[in-house]
Design a protein around this ligand. Structure first.
Ligand SMILES: [Zn+2]
Length: 343
């Protein structure tokens, strides 16, 4: 695709050879980044209620978590490589390592790759807006299967959630020590309305493609929000089905069942999986496209700038004689007045 690929290595207590993969598309604004990320690691352990117990035969291809995100990011990279021109913002496409918690036997948590990026790879003066792709495709326009509807799932489609920097409820982040500034609040408000505008432009139904406050963290966007940046997480299906207490099924993740076959079956066919992926791809691609400046646009901008400075020169050459025309009699009048002897 012609990109220069950056390998950003890091280590943690249990990982000695972790690596993020990052591609940069330079924009006009060097100190304002837009980052799109997905994690390239996968994990397998026991499901709830005994969550997090790893065992020897447990392996997962991580098709949904997060093959959908990291594959979608490759497709986006291919798309942008075919666009002429330069974005306004500097865009980075990032494949994170070590997002997954390594299970109950691990001394540390997950989210290490994005944490390394946020803490070590973003200079102090840089503002970042982050889009996280983790587990989507099983979402609008994919219909919920008849079997699950028969079992009591009252939804016609799986929802695509965009868990975004909160507008109303920051409690989760505040409880984790974040001090919410006015700037963060206004950035969050801008981002939520920007995402809603993109969805309405794409005619996505509000009921099934929803921009809402993120109140749980739980993926790589968490590290961005905790470090004063603005973020959203595109996530299909349900996030906390057990808490929601509904009958729509749980996302395949962290288990052997997280395979391409499972996703295709749940979606009712591969073409439905592709349609679900398209919803997320369209959202990110529109966000980038609205930020994109084609060579024609850049040229038009340059022309406008130079014709503006021409007009202002013309204007000033006109104004100087006009100014003199007014000023000279005025001075004459004043001088005449001051010379008048007082009585
Ligand atoms: Zn994931």
């Amino acid at each position: 695709m012609g990109y220069e690929v950056e390998r950003q290595s890091f280590t943690t207590e249990v990982c000695t050879n972790c690596q993020n993969i990052v591609v940069t598309i330079n924009g006009t604004l060097e100190d304002d980044w837009r980052v799109v990320g997905a994690h390239h690691d996968a994990i397998c352990y026991s499901p709830p209620p005994l969550i997090g117990v790893t065992y020897p035969t447990c392996t997962s291809s991580g098709a949904y978590d997060d093959g959908t995100g990291s594959g979608a990011l490759l497709e986006l990279a291919r798309t942008f490589s075919e666009w002429n021109g330069t974005p306004l913002h500097t865009w980075k496409l990032a494949w994170w390592d070590y997002e997954e918690w390594q299970g109950s036997g691990s001394p540390e948590g997950g989210g290490k790759g994005s944490l390394h990026f946020v803490e070590q790879q973003i200079p102090d003066n840089i503002n970042v807006t982050y889009v996280n792709l983790d587990m989507f495709a099983l979402n609008w326009p994919v219909p919920t299967p008849f079997a699950s509807q028969a079992a009591g799932c009252d939804e016609d489609f799986w929802t695509l959630y965009m868990f975004t920097s909160p507008v109303d409820d920051w409690s989760y982040y505040e409880n984790n020590g974040l001090e919410v500034t006015e700037e963060m609040q206004s950035n969050a408000e801008w981002f939520q309305s920007h995402l809603k505008e993109i969805n309405s432009n794409l005619s996505h139904p509000e009921e099934w493609v929803r921009v809402i406050d993120d109140t749980k963290g739980n993926s790589d966007h968490y590290n961005f929000i905790m470090n004063n940046h603005t973020a959203t997480w595109l996530r299909g299906q349900h996030q906390y089905i057990l808490e929601e207490g509904d009958a729509c099924e749980q996302t395949p993740k962290h288990a052997q069942t997280d395979s391409v076959t499972t996703i295709n079956t749940m979606a009712g066919g591969r073409e439905n999986v592709e349609a679900g992926l398209q919803t997320g791809l369209d959202i990110v691609a529109t966000m980038v496209w609205w930020d994109w400046q084609t060579p024609e646009m850049l040229e038009a901008q340059e022309q406008e700038a130079s014709s503006q400075s021409e007009t202002s020169t013309q204007l000033s050459t006109l104004l100087i004689p006009l100014f003199l025309l007014i000023l000279v009699p005025a001075i004459f009048f004043l001088v005449k007045n001051t010379k008048k002897p007082k009585k």
